[in-house]
Design a protein around this ligand. Sequence first.
Ligand code: FAD
Length: 494
Amino acid sequence: MATQTMLKFVSTPREMPEKRSAAERSDDFHEIYREFAAAKAAEQSSRCSQCGVPYCQSHCPLHNNIPDWLRLTAEGRLREAYQVSQATNTFPEICGRICPQDRLCEGNCVIEQSGHGTVTIGAIEKYITDTAWDEGWITAALPAQERGESVGIIGAGPGGLAAADMLRRQGFQVTIYDRYDRAGGLLTYGIPGFKLEKDVVMRRNRLLAESGVEFVLNCNVGEDISFDAIRGKHDAVLIATGVYKTRDLDIDNAEAAGVVRAIDYLTASNKVDFGDDVPDFADGELNAKGKRVVVIGGGDTAMDCVRTAIRQGAQSVKCLYRRDRANMPGSQREVQNAEEEGVEFVWLSAPGAFTGHVTGVAASAQERDVDGPPQIASVRIQKMRLGQPDVSGRQSPELIDGADYDEPAELVIKALGFEPEDLPRLWGVEGLEVTRWGTIKADFQTHRTSLPGVYAVGDIVRGASLVVWAIRDGREAAEAITDFLSGAARVAAE
Ligand code: FAD
């Protein structure tokens, strides 16, 4: 009788790759999961039920053909598994590491719904592509034929890079402009190494360069080169600049020294991880070492900040969030990781004010007169309760009168979310339409903006979102740009 390879979920329990102990991982910025061994990846893949309607696939923004590559992995046919996986995803090993699988593919796995525990899709996706790198199956894609048309891409985050890859494969001349000194966007300077090690991103950047994509780094569009100049140089332009304007607090001493923006804090930490000199880290401003740290916010950025502060050697790390655990936007998996590493969550709490002093408790009267903002000393914490649901259905936090208290802190990190910069004003572009939220207005399938030949993808269109959505947008925009430059769209429009 033929043996059954799949459907092993009935007899084989779910297993993730081993997680390094909290004590060990809190001392470094390496990823926290160890690699699956080949036999374990095959075993865990064989738990897939190969269901008729794969919800994992339909809930993946890239519609990854997950059941097929699970089956190929279970059968030990890893090279084919890699081929299937990379056919729909430009960066499978990155998604395997940092997608919120619990909300996407794994959260919708049929065997998860029937109480058997989801297939560990993300870990297997990472295993397949890491193996492909180790085996040398991943090489620069050189187009069969070069084309004369060129595309300028502004922003080297996952949206811009995914589009660049697809366009280069078609033979277009692709130039990516980015204001940072390294490509990768938030993959490089936002997400910390313990979720996504930096060489995983850098080898992708190198591969694109080898395939002929030109990178123009340290180039801030709007300052170092105008948007119009880029439009003049290229036959089509893609805007993939992400969202970086941070939401702020309107409370007493909001500008106190020692109160910093999450993006500045994480960027500095990632640069230090690369071995760069970072003056604001060296002088202690963006370094949590020895400090009592309070992080404000309940999203993934806040989770990255609290766990970074632990690794920098903070004396204590507290995370303030105005709703409760069940209502926080950040991933529950990340909350658990943070708690294991020693982070304390202070639920139903919001900052009411910051209190500060000039140079410490013993500051002299003379020093207290010094101009400039005071040094943060504590956060006045206001306790909240959850009230009636708002229009979105989420319960609104309400203040509990008289329950305030002061939490001492030497470093406060604001992780309150991001908004788009006003690109039409910053770049002096007329006719580039934006939505009432300030994001760029673009067609959701073609990603075409209101300007002919100009496309936009990723967070600058969606607002702060996910890597996997930026990749999907980038791939779709590349198809639309290919049509546009091949004349198909123009002919259809006539
Ligand atoms: P970005 O990645 O932001 O890249 C935009 C690029 O454009 C940047 O390199 C920037 O330097 C460049 N740029 C901007 N303006 C200019 C200009 N004027 N001139 C030249 N270049 C410019 N998503 C997940 O799926 N999983 C996670 O675990 C996760 N964790 C996150 C953690 C943090 C701290 C943050 C902030 C976000 C996280 N996200 C996560 C969200 C994810 O990183 C973004 O949704 C994704 O990176 C958006 O891709 P993008 O290409 O649109 O923009």
